[in-house]
Design a protein around this ligand. Structure first.
Ligand code: NAP
Length: 283
């Protein structure tokens, strides 16, 4: 058996075409969705992510503003910039690219962004809303993963979902979203004993461990749905994931690739949240 590819790239493209139409409709009503991004410092990976977000905004007609600030900015100065954006009428989404320099508290930055403009879905209020099934903003990577699974008509209800990784931005929220879809959820992490027992019992296996090729075919049940969140560059400069794709695709029923899997969907859900925020303003 060779698993069906869940292409995040193709799904993202379809969603961006739909989104452009929504943006055009909003513009006819006098509102252009606006996303503000603050990039602190010159980390090359962060710069690449921010450029990709900017290109995606251009593609869909969303107004974007990037404020590239020196890594020596003080925490107070950064919080003040966020407060200015909180009050800016033309901005519907605010994103501060992580990671931040050590002298700036990520927690304070996230909590300063107004929850109604927190299109990354990291603010504790939005996390609480997600946990209690209220309307808010869902974190983009987990949101994109659920959309990828649903795009193939896969029923999540009643399935055993195993999440490898429990970070606040990926592992924990993706488990919560799958629970909201009535999956039975198990989390694995660095202290999990006999991890293979869990991964091999997964109908849906989401791998967000941050270790290249961590999951091989003998960790996966025949017919499982496998979503690879990891992004790494190997020695040849090629992008690879946390899953050994060539082996695992032989046992999985569905599998997401790297590149072209979760990554493009993360950006697309950020745009989606920005458009939703603009629509809410209209109402
Ligand atoms: P993270 O914060 O480093 O979390 C990694 C998780 O894996 C932790 O919960 C850790 O457990 C667990 N872990 C580490 N070693 C383990 C082991 N040997 N066995 C079992 N669990 C282990 O990473 P993250 O931010 O969630 O990101 C994970 C990967 O996804 C990275 O490659 C990142 O670049 C990528 N990513 C991609 C996107 C995208 O859009 N495609 C978005 C975000 C992240 P403990 O909690 O016990 O330490």
């Amino acid at each position: 058996m060779s698993g069906i590819i869940i292409s995040g790239k193709e799904l993202a493209q379809e969603k961006r075409i739909e989104m452009k139409q929504q943006v055009d409709t909003l513009k006819q009503k006098g509102i252009t969705p606006g996303l503000a991004v603050i990039l602190v410092g010159e980390d090359p990976a962060s710069q690449t992510y921010v450029r990709a977000k900017q290109r995606a905004c251009e593609q869909t007609g969303i107004h974007s503003e990037i404020d590239e600030v020196s890594p020596s900015i003080t925490e107070a100065e950064l919080l003040e910039k966020i407060n200015v954006l909180n009050d800016a009428k033309h901005i519907h989404g605010i994103l501060v690219q992580l990671p931040l320099p050590e002298h700036i508290s990520e927690k304070k930055v996230i909590e300063t962004i107004h929850p109604d403009k927190d299109v990354d879905g990291f603010h504790p209020i939005n996390i609480g809303r997600m946990m209690t099934g209220q309307e808010g903003f869902l974190p983009c990577t987990p949101f994109g993963i659920v959309e990828m699974i649903k795009s193939k008509g896969i029923e999540i209800q009643g399935k055993h979902a195993v999440i490898v990784g429990r970070s606040n931005i990926v592992g924990k929220p993706v488990g919560q979203l799958l629970l909201n879809e009535n999956a039975t959820v198990t989390y694995c992490h660095s202290r999990t004993k006999n991890m293979q027992e869990y991964t091999k019992s997964a109908d849906i296996l989401v791998v967000a461990v941050g270790k290249p090729h961590f999951i091989d075919a003998d960790d996966v049940k025949d017919g499982a749905i496998v979503i690879d969140v990891g992004i790494h560059r190997n020695e040849e400069g090629k992008l690879i994931g946390d899953v050994l794709f060539d082996n695992v695709k032989e046992v999985a029923s569905y599998i997401s690739p790297v590149p072209g899997g979760v990554g493009p969907m993360t950006i697309t859900m950020l745009l989606h949240n920005t458009v939703v925020s603009a629509n809410r303003r209209l109402k």
